[in-house]
Design a protein around this ligand. Structure first.
Ligand SMILES: [Zn+2]
Length: 443
């Protein structure tokens, strides 16, 4: 009884003016719009770290390790999106109200002129306009037109899993016919980088080649390795022995087509090897974990929860995982994977697929669960000459900021957090959470 009374006094004493002591409520108050208007300009002032993006020009083949097959773009990604006019106006002073072919030509010429004037500062200027302090360049290789002070490289590690005759893999569908040769090309580029004319005849030398490539890429400035394996096969990985993988390697390195099961077993081992190396080298592992482009991307086989056995495996406790695109549309499930101390989620792509009204809901749920484990990214990409990496940077930034301000405004109005706490969460999401992963390598 006495205890209960003193507790009550303590609670009343803590109720300083302006501080909420009430229980959280299920609806925002009438102040939510005002709070939003107050938060947004403060959020715009936070310098951001873009955790996932593909900066580059549309004619640069190194902008990604794979190409987009003609797929069905969702409403907002189509070139009919009127927001793209707003992007062109904000970035280039575009004087028109539509993107007709004739008007788009103005845009193409304007960009060519600025590119000529600004050279390798062209993309740094875009970052400046959007208040992105530094951003990831997830690219096959780095471009000499991206300033290394502003852009940090994340390379692709998938190709090590496709060293054999890939006929059966490529024949699966039209998308794979595009993707698989690009993986083969990537593997040959790593081999050339490491001075290998052909694959080593024995498995331990192959693993040495894989590790050396990771180390050399890290030496060249790479901060992480990225997997887009969900485009090629299910993301559930079994746990084969080294002997099993070695046996398959020895049998097929010189030719012959492995069965589907044999290839999977080999890849399962290789994937886990790369994950383990990511721990040894402090080279975080980025994994595409959401819906993907093309007609044949298998949503259920790439469900982020397929990776749970790997993410929760104590053998990989030293590997930092970043789940790129945050598992969307399984985002309600994926946030619970961030309970694992070495697992982070990135929101890139989702902020472009979804409009801010819907992205706000995703962000709010995540901010209410593990706010210190979620990171911002744009997934900018040079789709075409009008919707370039520049415009997708703009769309990603604007969408993320408005959805973030709205989610936090609701949380404040619903008495979940104070305004000061909300701004701390905004700093975490837009910058600090991601930067903390890379131990002084980014800022
Ligand atoms: Zn991407």
């Amino acid at each position: 009884m006495i205890r209960a009374r003193s507790l009550m006094i303590a609670v009343v004493a803590a109720a300083a003016p302006g501080l909420a002591v009430a229980q959280a409520r299920p609806f925002p108050g009438s102040d939510v719009e005002q709070i939003y208007q107050r938060l947004l300009p403060q959020i715009e002032k936070i310098p951001m770290f873009d955790h996932h993006a593909h900066p580059g020009f549309a004619d640069d083949p190194d902008v990604d390790a794979m190409a987009a097959p003609p797929g069905s773009a969702s409403l907002r990604q189509r070139d009919t999106n009127p927001e793209l006019v707003a992007a062109a106006r904000a970035l280039w002073g575009y004087p028109y109200n539509d993107l007709s072919a004739e008007h788009t030509q103005w845009l193409v010429e304007k960009k060519a002129e600025v590119k000529k004037q600004r050279g390798n500062q062209y993309f740094s200027d875009i970052l400046d306009k959007l208040n992105i302090e530094q951003g990831v360049a997830n690219r096959a290789m780095m471009a000499d037109y991206l300033d290394p002070k502003r852009f940090v490289w994340v390379f692709f590690a998938d190709s090590f899993m496709w060293p054999f005759d890939n006929q059966r893999q490529a024949a699966r569908n039209a998308d794979e016919q595009v993707y698989i040769p690009l993986q083969e090309k990537m593997l040959h580029r790593w081999m050339a980088q490491e001075g290998l004319g052909k694959l080593p005849p024995n498995f331990s030398d192959y693993l040495t080649f894989v590790s050396r490539t990771l180390e050399d890429n890290q030496e060249k400035g790479a901060i992480a390795q990225k997997f887009e394996v969900a485009y090629f096969r299910p993301t559930r990985f079994s746990d084969p022995t080294r002997e099993q993988a070695e046996d398959i390697y020895q049998r097929f390195v010189g030719g012959g087509i492995p069965s589907e099961a044999e290839y999977r077993t080999f890849q399962d081992f290789l994937f886990r090897y790369l994950v383990r190396e990511g721990g040894r080298l402090h080279l975080p592992v980025h994994i595409h974990s959401a819906v993907g482009i093309g007609d044949y991307f298998n949503l259920s086989e790439s469900n982020i929860l397929n990776l749970e056995n790997v993410l929760r495996d104590p053998r990989y406790a030293n590997t930092t995982f970043v789940m790129i695109h945050g598992g969307y549309p399984y985002d309600r499930q994926s946030i619970w994977l961030a309970a694992v101390k070495n697992v982070y989620l990135d929101t890139s792509e989702t902020e472009i697929l979804l409009y801010p009204s819907e992205f706000k809901k995703l962000l709010k749920q995540w901010l209410e669960t593990f706010p210190d484990k979620i990171t911002f990214g744009t997934d900018c990409f040079p789709y075409n000459q009008a919707l370039g990496a520049e415009e997708s940077y703009w769309l990603g930034v604007e969408s993320s900021r408005t959805a973030l301000a709205a989610a936090l405004a609701e949380m404040i109005s619903e008495k979940e957090v104070s305004e000061a706490q909300a701004l701390a969460l905004a700093h975490g999401y837009l910058h600090d959470n991601a930067v903390g992963i890379y131990q002084g390598k980014v800022h």
